[in-house]
Write a protein that binds this ligand. Structure first.
Ligand code: SF4
Length: 248
C-alpha cells in the first residue's frame, strides 16, 4: 500500500468542495486494503462538517481522554473493517497481540453468556426496530470496553473504523454512556461511508452484508476467513463507493 499510486478526487459536499489525494491500490484487492483511502476521504468530509458546526456555534465535545462511547456502545463495523482489524491484531508483536486477543475473547464470552452472540452475528434474525433497540440496550448494559482502548485513548486511532471517526457530539460527554436514554447531539456528517461500503460487499451465505459490533470483529473474520470481500478492480470499486457516499 505504501507504494500504491495516489488517487486524487474531488468531493462535492453541501456548500463546499474538497480535494483528497491518497495512495490507493490498483487492480485486484481485498476491500480492507481500500480502507486507508476511504478513511482519508471520510476525514476530509468530517473536517468540513466540524468546521461548519463550529461556525454555527456548536463545540465538539470529543477529545483524547474521553472514551465514553468506547466503553459501552456496540461500535458497528463493516465486514471489510472486521477483516482489517483481525489482520491488524495478527500483526501485533507479542505479548501485546495475546493481550488484545484476550480482550476480544473476554467480550465474546460475555456476549455468549448474555445470549447476545447469535443476535449480533445475525445467526438469529432481529425482528424489527424494537427488537434491535432491546438488543442494543442489553449490549450496553454489559459495559464492554473496546479491546483497542488503552489508557483511555484509542490505540489504533489512525485506522479506527468509520463509525468511530463519524461519531462526534456537541452534547456533554457523560451523555454518551447511554445514548438510547439520553439526548446526545450528534454532528451531522454529510457522507455515509459505512453504508456505501456495505453496498459494495457481496452477500455471504445468501445473507446481505451487515455490520457487527467491533468486539466481534475477530469472530466474524475467523468465520469468513476464506471469503474476505474482494474487488477485481480496486479503482472501479472506489469509484462505486464514492458514488454511494452522499445520501441520495
Ligand atoms: S477503535 Fe478506538 S475509537 Fe473506536 S471504539 Fe475502539 S478505542 Fe474507541
Amino acid at each position: 500500500m505504501m507504494n500504491a499510486p495516489a488517487l486524487r478526487i474531488r468531493l462535492a459536499l453541501p456548500g463546499r468542495r474538497v480535494e483528497v489525494a491518497h495512495p490507493a491500490p490498483t487492480g485486484p484487492a481485498r476491500l480492507d486494503e481500500l480502507l486507508p483511502f476511504m478513511y482519508a476521504v471520510d476525514d476530509a468530509a468530517i473536517a468540513v462538517a466540524v468546521g461548519q458546526a463550529r461556525k454555527s456555534g456548536a463545540n465538539v465535545s470529543c477529545a483524547k481522554g474521553c472514551s465514553a462511547c468506547c466503553k459501552r456502545q456496540p461500535v458497528p463495523v463493516t465486514p471489510a473493517e472486521a477483516h482489517g482489524l483481525a489482520r491488524r491484531v495478527q500483526a501485533l508483536p507479542q505479548p501485546r497481540r495475546a493481550r488484545v486477543e484476550q480482550r476480544f475473547a473476554d467480550a465474546v464470552a460475555q456476549l455468549r453468556a448474555a445470549g447476545l452472540f447469535d443476535t449480533f452475528m445475525r445467526d438469529t434474525p432481529i425482528d424489527g426496530p424494537a427488537q434491535a433497540r432491546d438488543a442494543a440496550t442489553a449490549y450496553m448494559a454489559l459495559g464492554l470496553v473496546c479491546p483497542f482502548l488503552e489508557d483511555d485513548a484509542c490505540s489504533i486511532h489512525a485506522q479506527r473504523p468509520f463509525v468511530c471517526r463519524q461519531y462526534l457530539v456537541s452534547s456533554p460527554p457523560a451523555l454518551c454512556a447511554d445514548p438510547l436514554q439520553q439526548p446526545v447531539a450528534v454532528l451531522d456528517i454529510p457522507v455515509r461511508p459505512a453504508g456505501a461500503m456495505l453496498a459494495l460487499t457481496p452477500p455471504l451465505g445468501g445473507k446481505p452484508a451487515f455490520t457487527v459490533p467491533l468486539v466481534l470483529a475477530l469472530a466474524y473474520a475467523a468465520r469468513h476467513a476464506d471469503t474476505p470481500p474482494r474487488s477485481d478492480d480496486a479503482r472501479q470499486t472506489l469509484a462505486q463507493w464514492l458514488d454511494g457516499l452522499l445520501p441520495s
